[in-house]
Design a protein around this ligand. Structure first.
Ligand code: PMP
Length: 393
């Protein structure tokens, strides 16, 4: 089944390429394929386009063009920031929220070793600013605070802007993994963060491209990768200009739609959740009481393991996820839900549903309906199983 025949609800893992991004990407592969670092005329044209992309992205982030470094994605950028800050502050400590992506949590362990403090989350999926301030007061050696903008599993928005101010007041720098926020919600306030990380493929750009926003003047020594002078010596390696143009086209499309479609997206999701509550009264919507990304629903279904739901839904043409891609691969219960105090057994019944910008109210209605069909199928399976009849997988 092609992506277009599927009702795709796994955008937090990756989103399909937006048509605008495809057009920009192909045009650049055709006309701007020269290496921007090359002194040839074609190289200069590519370099000019690269700088144009940098200025546009800087504008979206309320930053200066020289603050933008293009990378292969969010994982690379998160690792680079944590490694750089760990080296800058050999006696400092890092405070990371417990619900960060593994590219932050594991980088913290690797580069900061026994200098890692964990910022807990409340059962509603959000960190508490009060807890953040307490920890900053108690541990004066904290030099970097890492808090994501929106969680990839629950969609819960984090108070990153206020957290950035608190970190600054306590003399610490603030790193925000905004991978799930950028392209879906306005990035205008992101200038408040010392470091911002984004990834093109989450909002309809090509895979393998992303960016880091830093404060260039304060970070002249920053070198995420060495071995070439690209990106003003801050990220060695040939720049993937076609992918960057695609990412910028996707971002521009997302920014244009943000205001226009926000209400539509929100009300389609709200109607879905209302029906879910009605038909599955004991289902638990994680982070329900908090403001969440308009595209995300993380729900513990009342019965049956999430993989069984996922497989059955896919047979009906609906693609959802069981959590983050990493947790799915290891079949480990999610560290995000665990941090929220959710029991393993509940986490194992949890589906992560994440729409794309092209998802319609009809798709959401179809998903709600199909969940009911699948519930009956799984119940029937379980009943047969109880009578000892061998089941189809
Ligand atoms: N951070 C978050 C919050 C994410 O959701 C993801 C993707 N799952 C990443 C980082 C990694 O992004 P990339 O694929 O660009 O390396």
């Amino acid at each position: 089944m092609g992506a277009s025949e599927l009702h795709y609800f796994d955008a937090n893992a990756t989103a399909p390429l937006r048509p605008e991004a495809r057009a920009a990407w192909l045009a650049a592969e055709e006309n701007l394929w020269a290496n921007p670092a090359s002194p040839s005329a074609a190289g200069s044209r590519a370099a000019a386009e690269l700088e144009h992309c940098r200025s546009v992205l800087a504008g979206c982030l309320s930053a200066m063009p020289e603050d933008v470094v293009f990378t292969s994605g969010a994982t690379e950028a998160n690792n680079a920031v944590l490694a750089f800050e760990a080296e800058r502050h050999p006696a400092g400590a890092i405070l990371v929220s417990a619900i960060e992506h593994p590219s932050v949590l594991e980088a913290a362990q690797k580069f900061w070793k026994n200098r890692v403090h964990l910022l807990p989350v409340e059962s509603n999926g959000s960190v508490s600013l009060h807890a953040l301030e307490e920890i900053l007061r108690a541990h004066r050696d904290i030099s970097l605070v890492s808090l994501m903008a929106a969680n990839n599993e629950t969609g819960v928005l984090q108070p990153w802007c206020e957290a950035a101010a608190l970190a600054r007041n306590h003399g610490a720098r603030f790193h925000c993994d905004a991978t799930q926020w950028i392209g879906r919600l306005s990035a205008k306030e992101m200038g408040a963060c010392d470091y911002v990380v984004g990834s093109g493929h989450k909002f309809g750009g090509p895979k393998g491209t992303g960016f880091l926003k830093l404060r260039a003047k304060e970070n002249v020594a920053f070198a995420g990768q060495v071995g070439g002078g690209q990106e003003n010596h801050r990220r060695a390696g040939t720049v993937n200009l076609p992918a960057i143009t695609g990412m910028l086209a996707a971002l521009a499309a997302g920014e244009r739609e943000m205001e226009l479609l926000a209400e539509e997206h929100r009300s389609a999701r709200a109607a879905f959740e209302q029906r879910l509550r009605l038909r599955f009264p004991s289902a638990i919507i994680h982070g329900e009481g908090r403001e969440r990304l308009w595209n995300t629903v993380s729900v513990a279904m009342p019965r049956h393991g999430n993989l069984r739901w996922l497989k059955r839904l896919e047979r009906h043409g609906f693609v959802v996820s069981t959590g983050s891609a990493c947790a799915t691969a290891d079949n480990k219960p999610s560290h995000v839900l665990a941090a929220m105090g959710c029991a393993d057994e509940v986490a194992r019944r949890t589906l992560r549903i994440s729409a794309t910008s092209a998802t319609t109210a009809e798709d959401w209605r179809g998903l709600a309906q199909t969940l009911e069909v699948v519930a009956r199928e799984l119940d029937a399976d379980a009943e047969e199983n109880a009578t000892g009849v061998v089941l189809l997988p």
